[in-house]
Design a protein around this ligand. Sequence first.
Ligand SMILES: C[S@@+](CC[C@H](N)C(=O)[O-])C[C@H]1O[C@@H](n2cnc3c(N)ncnc32)[C@H](O)[C@@H]1O
Ligand SMILES: *[C@@H]1O[C@H](CO)[C@@H](O)[C@H](O)[C@H]1NC(C)=O
Ligand SMILES: *[C@@H]1O[C@H](CO)[C@@H](O)[C@H](O)[C@H]1NC(C)=O
Length: 226
Amino acid sequence: MAADVKMLFCVGLIVVLTGVGKSALIGKTHGSGGEDLVLQYVVNNSLREHPVLTKLRLRTLQDQWSIMMVSSDQAQFMANLIRLINATKAIEIGMYTGYNALSMALAMPENGRVVACEIQDSYINIAKPFFKEAGVQNKIDIQHQTAMKTLSKCLCISHSRRTHTKRRRTVVTTSCLDCDGKVVNPAPSDQTSQSLDALNKKLHKDQRIDLSMLTVGDGLTLAIKR
Ligand SMILES: C[S@@+](CC[C@H](N)C(=O)[O-])C[C@H]1O[C@@H](n2cnc3c(N)ncnc32)[C@H](O)[C@@H]1O
Ligand SMILES: *[C@@H]1O[C@H](CO)[C@@H](O)[C@H](O)[C@H]1NC(C)=O
Ligand SMILES: *[C@@H]1O[C@H](CO)[C@@H](O)[C@H](O)[C@H]1NC(C)=O
């Protein structure tokens, strides 16, 4: 078991923002969920944020799109997932200012690698000094190009390696609810929520995976390869 290759894919789906609506379901600690007493309780009693993550979160809150940032409780859960399966590789699709990438890198051993895909260089420039300050810049491989390009390369490599490993644990995580729960009843014009809904329904039927959908942050699907 110890030599197995474990992977965690993180898909930070692009959320089209039309103002942060009220959420009956879920919330982000830095969004409308901040007023949710249960979420406040969760944060007050479970968050263990690395000091550099705190700094990065405060810096990101100055950005006009900061609502895109992962919720701290969600990032902590994903870091714990990494520890649980001893993941040494994670692919972050859409890194934004890097909160989740940094959080995952901090949870990995020295030989761990986070491949972080991001198209916008202004976000990468915000992220970099924080990765360095936390001393994990060598664990984070920033790919400044469309995620599709990076993914085709990564998946090709992992496919060729498959023959040499006995068994691998692959956990694919995606946001499943978008930030205000619109996916529950997506408007015909709302392509983001329509696609999320279609993906959720497709995964539900897929017998190749074990599945959980959590109402943390933007919603988190765990698809665990059988
Ligand atoms: C919801 S944010 C991700 C939040 C991030 N995971 C975090 O930890 O805070 C989505 C990000 O995906 C990036 N993005 C959008 N399309 C992309 C693409 N085709 N390839 C790579 N990144 C993309 C956006 O620039 C944005 O920064
Ligand atoms: C959480 O902690 C903050 C800051 O100490 C406090 O203002 C708030 O009332 C607490 N909320 C809950 C539900 O514990
Ligand atoms: C992860 O690594 C620890 C320490 O090396 C080991 O005890 C544990 O069994 C491993 N867990 C899995 C799921 O491989």
